[in-house]
Design a protein around this ligand. Structure first.
Ligand SMILES: [Zn+2]
Length: 263
């Protein structure tokens, strides 16, 4: 006699499945060489015993970020011995299909502008969903239970794949789809750029702030010919403006605080 199978709720499986053991004290950081992912890397290195990094090469118009990421890793290895001891392998995954699918200012030689949908044309549709899914596949192999990314709801014109609800729903799908207890962590989700600079100072003091200024990259145009107080860039694209504005606001807060303490 064939027994009719009870149709299970997709989530009830979570309670009985054989969960692949992942190390809760080990993280994989989505690391692009930009300011945000560098702060996330520092954040993970202060929290977890083992941290690996993953970068994605999908035909970005400017390879400069990928070069910056190597420089950041080199400086951590040299100047931050406590963090260097926890920093494990760096992985770069080639995702040429993403470049092929996107017609945006990051991958093609076009000007950055707002589109009819209210999003800037720098938006690569669903990019972070793919990044985290690939990160989970890699984390599964490496036994890394925490997936960390620098997405943020407060800046960047409301990219829908940067929202907390999107990413926590994706985390559920990844848990179900891998039968492994991955957690997605986004320490910058509710922080604006001013608070990101301040977090960097808190995590690694002036040497981390200096390293971010010198070695990380934000400029949409890939311009590193001019050096400002806040780092290299064209100084006028939305990414440079955001970074500069955040830096100056953070500096002002710092001096105001110092003045308060010494008065
Ligand atoms: Zn720029």
């Amino acid at each position: 006699m064939t027994q009719k199978r009870k149709d299970p709720s997709p989530y009830s499986n979570l309670l009985v499945m054989t969960v692949r053991p992942l190390d809760d004290n080990a993280a994989l950081v989505l690391f692009s060489g930009g300011q945000d992912s560098t702060v996330c890397l520092a954040w993970a290195l202060t929290r977890y015993g083992r941290v690996e990094t993953v970068g994605f090469d999908y035909g970005q118009r400017h390879k400069v970020e990928l070069e910056c990421r190597q420089n950041v890793l080199d400086v951590i290895g040299k100047d931050f011995p406590e963090w260097a001891a926890k920093l494990g392998e760096d992985h770069v995954l080639q995702l040429p299909a993403l470049g092929q699918l996107s017609n945006t200012a990051l991958t093609r030689d076009v000007e950055i502008e707002m589109t009819g949908s209210g999003l800037p044309n720098t938006f690569v549709p669903g990019r972070n969903l793919l990044f985290f899914t690939y990160a989970a596949a890699l984390g599964y192999r490496r036994g890394l239970g925490r997936l960390v990314g620098g997405m943020c709801e407060t800046d960047y014109s409301g990219y829908p794949d940067c929202r907390d609800a999107t990413l926590q729903t994706l985390a559920k799908a990844i848990q179900l789809g891998t039968e492994a207890d991955f957690k997605i962590e986004t320490p910058l989700m509710q922080r604006d750029k001013t608070e990101t600079w301040s977090l960097a100072a808190k995590l690694g003091g002036p040497s981390l702030v200096d390293m971010i200024i010198e070695h990380t990259h934000s400029c949409y145009k890939g311009d590193r010919s001019q050096r400002y107080e806040w780092g290299y860039g064209c100084g006028s694209c939305p990414a440079c403006e955001l970074r500069a504005r955040g830096f100056h606001a953070w500096r002002e807060n710092e001096s105001a605080q110092l003045a308060d303490e010494t008065s």
